[in-house]
Design a protein around this ligand. Structure first.
Ligand SMILES: [Zn+2]
Length: 741
């Protein structure tokens, strides 16, 4: 009964909404509760509330316009009435429309819908079978293998179909269609009908009034197009039935289906018991959430910014530590960076969830979290590319496609960092004594510090940040695959793909394995591959970055070669922009991995390097581990961290003006660092020099001086660039909005 009533209400509400939209030629941000008929009985309201949990109803996001002015929905509508429609308004309308989708995707893209739930009329071949008819699925470089970029019917007529079995009664509200992913063939469906069935035998065609509804499909390969059912329909099966297609192509499509599973007591148990803010947060909402976390936990949090994006949005960082705002002697620094590709949004939400979770659990005295916060200084950058994110967000989780929002002003930040690998390798090749070539702390190349170097402001900001804080461990959160990659990302000799292990390969593989083996999706042996590459059975979900594909100038390699910090990349999900309804389960999939990975910062050895006489810490002292061709350096107060797998190591500490000192250090299997400190004695030459330059600080070694100098130059050129950009922005926007700001 409740189901029927619910369906009737849905039909009425949505029908009213569609009519309204047609009348106004506008789809408004309607508050669903206001629309509810006054005499609705309590059980329906209850059922609706249950549905709200799984759908996007509650999202009443205020879109950020291109001029960075936030408006409420009402303001937006008023403005629209006054002004002729421009591009910004169009994309904003698309965003509003997507947030309006009453029901979430069934999960063809996210793989929640399994291959066995998809069937079709005869396909061209296995690689173009129904299991490939998923929104945003990517084909390999060569067509013709098992993993092609669409479902393609073998016959070109109007009797072909792709069928989805929702496994239970479902209220279907729409279909999203996309062409075939291929660089060789052009295939897409231009129009289609939709049929619904309860038993997959008797089918009802979706109607638009008294005629069968014909939905507009695609006119290119990649842009997803939403077809909303004029009247939502209940059934278990849905068929997409192509009516016309690109004239020179085949009947090929990728799709997502929107539907609300009807209330079923067995399926209503929550997927997580953590009550976090599970939805997509645009720039303003992200800022608000971070402020809320800070207000709730002022003693252990601090918000700061590391710079601005190309469009002037701030790059916010949440710091979590028992003494926020300062580096504590011996306490390692950790960072998560998310959203380098603006359209890969899961990392951003997970990092926002993580800060809420840590704050709450700390207050509840959760022993594990309290220990983590007391022993670690954590930095969380949820959005490295906020401009790209806003573009993807405006289109929404299903309509942003595969690449919208990836770049910042045309720059892919994933290879925008200086390529230090080749500098180091070239030097080693030329050097007579290869052991003399520095294997760490490599300075930026000169050209990189120029004002006209093609470096995104976001990349510049992150480089400066990495230089200021003595980070020990980091992960760079991406999306679109399920795999963890570790350095090097760049191959030697410009080979497109080759295993290129760094000296610390052993520890990097451990790090990657920690994340991959505790991630609930990656660790599931029955998972299917995301697109066409089998990282699971062939690589155990971890791979050397360069062995996947070469990537000169990656953040991971830069972090390892320019700073002390070890960094891996986590590809978090097949779907780059999962629907909001997937966020609770994604949190559960990743929660343990996110925590466990942070805890790895406490492995290996740590200690203090001090002057024998003054007992003061020595900064920039080099820590060398025998047979590991990668050194690290002490931080400003002389403390250091060297990540290592269990074992016994001969460790040498050395600093400019001191005699080197070597000792044995033992690393155990337990996740806590072994203490391994050093006391260094000054050389007689240095003593003499000190006597002459009394009171002055002792000289830094050449490598550090050069590195500091290049970063200083980079900052100067960045400052000049920012000033110029601000002047240009002021000139081009002498509007009312500008003055108001
Ligand atoms: Zn990415």
């Amino acid at each position: 009964m409740a189901r029927l009533a619910l369906f009737v209400w849905f039909s009425l509400a949505l029908e009213a909404q569609v009519t309204n939209s047609l009348l106004n030629n506008e789809i408004k941000g309607i508050n669903k509760t206001e629309q509810m008929p006054k005499n609705t009985n309590a059980s329906i309201i209850h059922a609706l509330n249950d549905l709200n949990e799984i759908s996007d109803f509650k999202t009443t996001a205020a879109p950020v316009l291109s001029n960075n002015k936030t408006m409420t929905e009402t303001q937006t509508l008023q403005e629209r009435d006054k002004k002729p429609e421009d591009k910004a308004h169009q994309s904003e309308r698309a965003g509003t429309r997507l947030r309006e989708l009453a029901c979430p995707p069934l999960g063809l893209e996210s793989l929640r819908v399994r291959d066995s739930q998809l069937s079709a009329s005869p396909s061209q071949r296995t690689g173009l079978g129904p299991q490939r008819g998923r929104l945003n699925i990517q084909s390999g470089l060569d067509d013709g293998d098992e993993y092609d970029g669409a479902w393609c019917a073998s016959v070109k007529d109007r009797n072909q179909w792709l069928q989805v079995d929702a496994l239970r009664p479902t209220l279907f509200t729409g279909v999203i269609l996309q062409g075939r992913n291929s660089i060789w063939s052009w295939d897409w469906v231009e129009s289609y009908k939709v049929q619904i069935s309860n038993d997959s035998e008797t089918w009802t065609t979706c109607m638009n009034g008294t005629v069968e509804a014909v939905f507009k499909g695609n006119n290119d390969l990649e842009t997803p197009v939403l077809g909303r059912l004029p009247v939502p329909m209940v059934g278990q099966f849905l068929r997409i039935n192509p009516q016309s297609w690109f004239i020179n192509g085949s009947v090929c499509l990728r799709a997502e289906v929107l539907g609300c599973p009807l209330p079923d007591p067995d399926h209503l148990e929550p997927v997580t018991t953590d009550h976090l803010d599970f939805r997509h947060h645009n720039y303003n909402e992200m800022r608000k959430l971070m402020k809320e976390v800070h207000d709730q936990c002022p003693d252990i949090t601090r918000i700061y910014t590391i710079g601005k994006s190309d469009a002037g949005l701030k790059l916010y960082v949440m710091e979590i530590s028992d003494n926020p705002g300062k580096h504590e002697l011996g306490e390692p620094e950790f960072r998560y960076v998310a959203g380098m590709h603006g359209n890969e949004v899961l990392g951003r939400e997970l990092v926002l969830n993580l800060m809420q979770y840590i704050c709450r659990e700390y207050k509840k005295n959760n022993e594990r979290i309290v220990r983590l916060v007391k022993l670690t200084r954590i930095h969380l950058l949820p959005s490295m590319n906020p401009d790209g994110y806003e573009r993807a967000y405006e289109k929404g989780s299903e309509l942003s496609g595969w690449a919208e929002g990836r770049y910042s002003d045309g720059i892919d930040m994933n290879h925008n960092f200086p390529d230090l690998n080749n500098i180091m390798w070239d030097e080693k090749e030329m050097a007579v004594d290869k052991s003399k070539v520095s294997n760490h702390y490599i300075p930026l190349p000169e050209y990189y510090t120029f004002e006209n170097a093609t470096i995104a402001p976001e990349t510049r900001a992150v480089i400066s940040w990495m230089q200021v804080i003595p980070f020990v461990l980091s992960a760079n959160l991406h999306g679109g695959e399920l795999v963890v990659t570790y350095p090097y990302d760049c191959t030697r000799n410009w080979v497109p793909q080759a295993d290129t292990p760094p000296p610390d390969e052993g520890f990097f593989r451990w790090l990657a394995m920690v994340y991959a083996s505790s991630n609930r999706v990656m660790a599931n042996p029955d998972r299917r591959l995301c697109h066409y590459e089998d990282f699971q059975t062939q690589h155990n979900n971890i791979i050397n970055g360069a062995d996947w594909h070469t990537l000169p100038g990656s953040m991971n390699d830069f972090s390892y070669l320019h700073t002390n910090c070890f960094e891996v990349t986590v590809e978090l999900s097949c779907d780059k922009f999962p629907h909001a309804s997937e966020l609770p389960v994604e949190w559960e999939n990743n929660k343990e991995s996110l925590l466990l990975y942070m805890e790895q910062v406490h492995r290996g050895i740590k200690g203090l390097v001090r002057d024998k006489e003054t007992k003061a810490g020595i900064s920039d002292a080099i820590i060398k581990v025998k047979d590991l061709d990668h050194d690290v350096r002490t931080a400003a107060d002389g403390d250091f961290w060297r990540l290592l797998n269990p074992g016994e190591y001969a460790v040498t500490a050395w600093a400019e003006g001191y005699f080197p000192s070597t000792r044995k250090c033992q690393v155990g299997p337990e996740p806590r660092p072994s203490l391994c400190g050093f006391v260094l004695t000054k050389t007689p030459q240095q003593r003499a020099l000190d006597a002459r330059t009394k009171g002055k600080k002792s000289a830094k070694d050449l490598q550090v001086r050069l590195r500091d100098e290049q970063v200083r130059k980079l900052r100067v050129s960045t400052k000049r660039l920012n000033q110029r950009r601000m002047r240009q922005q002021k000139k081009s926007q002498p509007t009312r909005a500008q003055r108001k700001r």
